[in-house]
Write a protein that binds this ligand. Structure first.
Ligand SMILES: [Zn+2]
Length: 242
């Protein structure tokens, strides 16, 4: 029989450290949680939700699955969204992808991966929808960067179209859906600037995001390879649209 002694030991050290900083931390936390944010992200171990945005336990409600997908038949994700919106009354939901996502990469490979291909089919549909745009990018890593970004935007729209978010907006509840992507290589979040705060904003935000992706493509074609880092290009696109 093997026990995870190291991890249990680390857990005690962690709780002790927090207790020293704030002796009432756990006591207060146990009585209630009132996070203002729901994070829907990838299960990838390199994308730890709380740490990335510097939040403590109790500040961020989290749902993670392979490649941060929002599917209208996924009872797990929908239940999390319902609880977050209707009970916790979060004000913001971030759909957070990341560059170099293995799930996104696997979705466009032809070899079979077994059961998970059923799940990845959801991303393959994003690829098929934007196949023409994606084919204009020279390098496979750039194509993957763009598909990771497009996946975030499409999943954000899927989230906006859930009955839960639609109902919250119809009731006048304050709620914004944001599309973000995280860089594994620099630890920074890239705001894809899809921010929908009402049903009427979804299509407009989607079109704006697509226009920005188009601008990104123009910039890539006009610049040399060393300037084609995703963040550098997005910074330029943002300065053009601001
Ligand atoms: Zn991933």
């Amino acid at each position: 029989m093997e026990k995870l002694t190291d991890l249990l030991e680390k857990n005690r050290e962690w709780a002790e450290k927090i207790n020293q900083e704030d002796p009432h931390f756990f006591e207060t936390l146990a009585q209630q949680q009132a996070p203002e944010y729901l994070w829907i992200g990838c299960s990838d171990s390199r994308v730890p939700a709380n740490e990335i945005v510097g939040m403590l336990p109790g500040e961020l409600f989290v749902h993670r699955n392979v490649a941060n997908v929002v599917v209208h038949t996924d009872m797990n994700c929908l239940s999390v969204v319902q609880y977050a919106v209707e009970v916790l009354k979060v004000k913001h939901i971030m759909v957070v992808g990341h560059y170099g996502c293995g799930g996104v990469a696997a979705s466009i490979k032809s070899e079979p991966h077994g059961l998970i291909d059923n799940w990845l089919r959801n991303i393959r549909r994003v690829y098929q929808k934007h196949r023409e745009f994606l084919s204009t990018w020279d390098h496979s890593h750039q194509q993957l960067d763009r598909l990771c970004e497009l996946n975030v935007i499409e999943q954000s729209v899927n989230l906006c179209e859930t009955t839960i978010v639609q109902q919250a907006w119809a009731n006048g509840q304050e709620l914004t859906v944001h599309g973000w992507i995280y860089g594994l290589s620099d630890g920074l979040v890239n705001d894809l600037e899809f921010n929908a705060s009402g049903a009427e904003e979804v299509e407009e935000q989607y079109q704006l995001a697509m226009n920005k992706m188009g601008k990104l493509q123009e910039l890539a074609q006009a610049s040399d390879k060393s300037q084609q880092n995703a963040r550098t290009m997005w910074d330029k696109v943002r300065s053009i649209f601001d």
